[in-house]
Design a protein around this ligand. Structure first.
Ligand code: GTP
Ligand code: MG
Ligand code: ZN
Length: 231
């Protein structure tokens, strides 16, 4: 019987993933802990970034990369808080890619940064498919978007490290079934022990302390790991 040839397909990293790996190395080499903050338009990405800056700017050196299709409105908001911000205008692209972050990183003095917050383009479909080289993926959901979003946008809700449910101050005015929402998240994330969920309101400040505490812990763990790996 003739021997059959078995094709071997190498697992070649995509061009984006290769650049993401370079970004990660640069961040690790300079001791920067970085978050990729994703959400639909208007969920509260910039509001959470502003609240995070206010809570941590006295203990950590923070920088922000703002992804936006056309404007610098969000960079101006965070710069008002005394934080360095780099604006990426994607020119119509609906998500950030690793190459855009690579360029933005050249604009920052990373040796003077502990925590880098990257605001992705407002979009609940494709940002999760593009690695940036950041350490943690954060999804911000918000009450007015509706409780069915985990079911309708599973790729975004699957595999994130932390989920911030924002605008809980609006719960009395909106039919939002919290149990149904969280059940949807559980269906998509088998290992719930590694998913952190924070119910917050950037308007009232409710719940933000838990988010800040988790972030502070993660930054400390990451910095320790990075340092010990290098030693
Ligand atoms: N009621 C209420 N409104 C909020 C809360 N957080 C943010 N908002 C409002 O929601 C709107 C959008 O907030 P942003 O922080 O700009 O949202 P974003 O996700 O950065 O928006 P894009 O960058 O445009 O995608 C603003 O009018 C905020 O004032 C909240 O906790 N409660
Ligand atoms: Mg924004
Ligand atoms: Zn896209």
């Amino acid at each position: 019987m003739q021997k059959q040839r078995i094709p071997i397909v190498e697992n070649i990293l995509s061009a984006n993933d290769q650049v993401a790996a370079l970004n990660r190395k640069l961040l690790d080499d300079t001791n920067v802990f970085a978050l990729n903050i994703m959400a639909s338009p208007g969920a509260g990405k910039t509001s959470v970034i502003e609240a995070t800056i206010k809570a941590l700017r006295d203990t950590l050196k923070i920088a922000v990369i703002e992804g936006d299709i056309a404007t610098s409105i969000d960079s101006e908001r965070v710069q008002k808080l005394g934080v360095e911000a780099v604006q990426i205008n994607t020119g119509g692209n609906c998500h950030l890619e690793a190459g855009m972050i690579q360029n933005a990183l050249t604009q920052l003095d990373l040796t003077a940064v502990d925590l880098l917050l990257v605001e992705n383009v407002g979009n609940l479909v494709c940002p999760s498919g593009w690695k940036l080289g950041t350490h943690k993926n954060i999804l911000i959901a918000s009450v007015p978007e509706g409780d069915d979003k985990p079911y309708k946008y599973p790729t975004m809700y699957r595999g994130v490290d932390a989920l911030v449910l924002n605008k809980i101050d609006l719960l009395p005015y909106i039919d939002f079934d919290m149990a149904y929402f969280k059940q949807g998240i559980e269906l998509l994330n088998a290992d719930l022990s590694s998913l952190n969920i924070f119910d917050v309101s950037c308007r009232t400040g409710d719940g933000l302390a838990n988010w800040i505490e988790w972030l502070r812990e993660q930054q400390a763990i990451s910095t320790t790991n990075i340092t010990s790996v290098r030693v």
